[in-house]
Design a protein around this ligand. Structure first.
Ligand code: CP
Length: 302
């Protein structure tokens, strides 16, 4: 039987996404089901991470599995010149699944073609971050009661933001309306706009943060990612363009929730943290349940 991978959110159908939501809810209520006993999962992080790596590793531990891997490829034979091909080929002989983050777009797809076991993309450059998307969807369901017909405002770095790219794709299944708020330099790439048009998804673009803030159900804030800029002067110019402050929320909808994949730098002022509309830390906690669901689903563990 061929392996099922999660490299792009498009690897999952709408039905599979909904199945993951069901499983995540099950695992939230059953936090220590020992379904991975005897399984070993490799956690290969070629790029820094706090949430994704630790929530995957928590998920594996809660499921009774074992983790091998690294959080700094500088301490591995990659530093001696070993290729990604050889690293993946070899690790897939050790483990039952590989969770991998890599700075190069397409690295996870390449790994899935080389690997003998399922590969989960934990973020590849500015391309995709599908496990983040599944926890984002789970957070939307938990706070809105549905994924259907939401108005989502995405703010910040829509050009390099891989969480944005994956979430746009996933929400397109659910009658969504998007408002994109970004400086011109960081606007959503054309390929995603074309995808939305082809799938008849309504969206508007603006540079005015306040224009539709009172109409949306979700504000999805993102960090301007210093590490993606080759010109640091340009980063300095755009980094503080959009900062969400609590006074901006005064006329927003009662059901509004603020999401952020985190880490934040200063795009959400700390005074927002006390608002009942702030949901980003709960969102991060939901990552454990969503990742328990992804792992068991891909391994076919009942
Ligand atoms: N959301 C996210 O990917 O966070 P980390 O970079 O800390 O894993």
């Amino acid at each position: 039987m061929s392996n099922k991978h999660l490299v792009s959110i498009g690897d999952f159908t709408k039905e599979e996404i909904l199945k993951i939501m069901e499983l995540a809810s099950f695992f939230e209520q059953n936090k220590s089901e020992r379904l991975l006993q005897g399984k070993v999962i490799a956690s290969l992080f070629f790029e820094p991470s706090t949430r994704t790596r630790l929530s995957f590793e928590t998920a594996i531990n809660r499921l009774g599995g074992r983790v091998i891997g690294f959080s700094d490829s500088g301490n591995t034979s990659v530093s001696k010149g070993e290729t990604l091909h050889d690293t993946i080929k070899m690790v897939s002989g050790y483990a039952d699944m590989i969770v991998m983050r890599h700075p190069v777009e397409g690295a996870a797809r390449y790994a899935s073609e080389v690997s003998m076991v399922p590969v989960v993309n934990a973020g590849d450059g500015s391309n995709q971050h599908p496990s983040q998307t599944l926890l984002d969807l789970y957070s939307i369901i938990k706070t809105q009661g549905t994924l259907q017909d939401r108005h989502i405002m995405m703010v910040g770095d829509l050009k390099y933001g891989r969480t944005v790219h994956s979430l746009i794709h996933a929400m397109s299944h659910f009658g969504v309306k998007f408002t994109f708020v970004a400086p011109e330099e960081l606007s959503l790439p054309d390929e995603y706009k074309m995808y939305l048009k082809e799938n008849s998804v309504e969206f508007t673009e603006t540079t005015d943060f306040m224009e539709q803030i009172n109409e949306c159900d979700i504000i999805y804030m993102t960090r301007v990612q210093r590490e993606r800029f080759s010109d640091l002067m340009e980063y300095e110019r755009v980094k503080n363009t959009y900062i969400l402050r609590s006074q901006m929320l005064k006329d927003t909808k009662d059901n509004l929730k603020i999401l952020h994949p985190l880490p934040r730098v200063n795009e959400i002022d700390k005074d927002v943290d006390d608002s009942p509309k702030a949901y980003y830390f709960e969102q991060a906690a939901n990552g454990v349940y969503a990742r328990m669901a992804i792992i068991t689903y891909l391994l076919g563990v009942k």
